[in-house]
Ligand binder design. Structure first.
Ligand code: ITT
Length: 187
C-alpha cells in the first residue's frame, strides 16, 4: 500500500522534490511527492505564480501541499529569465544563457514556497546571490552547472553542500520553522 504523508510537494520536477525532501528531513519533516503538471499563470511575479500553483495543487491533491516556483534573475539581462526560467531552460538552455551574458555576471536565484491547505496560501521566499560562470561546470540539473553562489568558487553542480546554502534551502527553512510553530500552537 502507498505510504500516506501529512505534507506533499506538488511538482512536475522530481529534482526539486528530491532536494526539498532532503532539506526538510533535517527539520524532521517528511514529504510525499504529488506528481502534478501545473498550468502556470502569466505573471512577472514568482510569488503570484507560486500562490496560484498551490491553490490548483490543493484542488487535485486534497492534502496539505507545498509547491515551489523558482527563477534565475540575471542582472545585466534585466532579470531575465526570472519567472520564465523553466521555459528558457527548455528552449535555449545553459548554452544559450552563456551566449547572452557578456561582462556583468551577477545573478540571483529566487525560490518561493507556497503552502496551501484549502485556505489562503502562505508564502516563503529564499534568495541566493551569485554569478553566472563563464562555462558549464559540473553535472547538476537545470541551471546548476552555470550558477556560482556568492562566497564560493564552485557552481551549484560542483558543490557538495548546495542543499545547505541554496535558494530552496532558505525558503524551506522559513517554511519549516513556521510549520513547526503552527503545529506546536495546535492550529
Ligand atoms: P514545477 O512543476 O514545480 O513548476 P518546474 O521545473 O517548471 O517545476 P519552475 O517553474 O519553478 O519549476 O521553474 C524553474 C526552473 O528553474 C526549473 O525548471 C529549473 O530549470 C530551474 N531551477 C530551479 N531551481 C533550480 C536549482 O536548484 N538548480 C538548477 N536549476 C533550477
Amino acid at each position: 500500500m502507498r505510504k500516506s504523508f501529512d505534507l506533499y510537494f506538488a511538482s512536475s520536477n522530481k529534482n526539486k522534490y528530491s532536494e526539498a525532501r532532503e532539506i526538510l528531513s533535517k527539520f524532521n519533516l517528511s514529504l510525499g511527492f504529488f506528481e502534478f503538471a501545473p498550468v502556470e499563470i502569466q505573471s512577472h511575479s514568482v510569488l503570484e505564480i507560486a500562490a496560484q500553483k498551490s491553490l490548483d495543487a490543493y484542488v487535485s491533491c486534497k492534502k496539505p501541499v507545498i509547491v515551489e516556483d523558482d527563477g534565475l534573475f540575471i542582472q545585466s539581462l534585466g532579470g531575465f529569465p526570472g519567472p520564465y526560467s523553466s521555459y528558457v531552460f527548455k528552449t535555449i538552455g545553459n548554452a544559450g544563457i552563456l551566449r547572452l551574458v557578456k561582462s556583468k555576471r551577477q545573478a540571483e536565484f529566487h525560490s518561493v514556497i507556497s503552502y496551501c491547505d484549502g485556505k489562503k496560501p502562505v508564502l516563503f521566499q529564499g534568495i541566493t546571490k551569485g554569478v553566472i560562470s563563464k562555462k558549464q561546470r559540473g553535472k547538476g540539473w537545470g541551471y546548476d552547472p552555470i550558477f556560482i553562489p556568492r562566497g564560493k568558487s564552485k557552481t551549484y553542480a560542483e558543490l557538495d553542500d548546495k542543499n545547505t546554502i541554496s535558494h530552496r534551502y532558505k525558503a524551506l527553512g522559513k517554511f519549516a520553522r513556521w510549520f513547526d510553530m503552527r503545529k506546536s500552537s495546535g492550529r
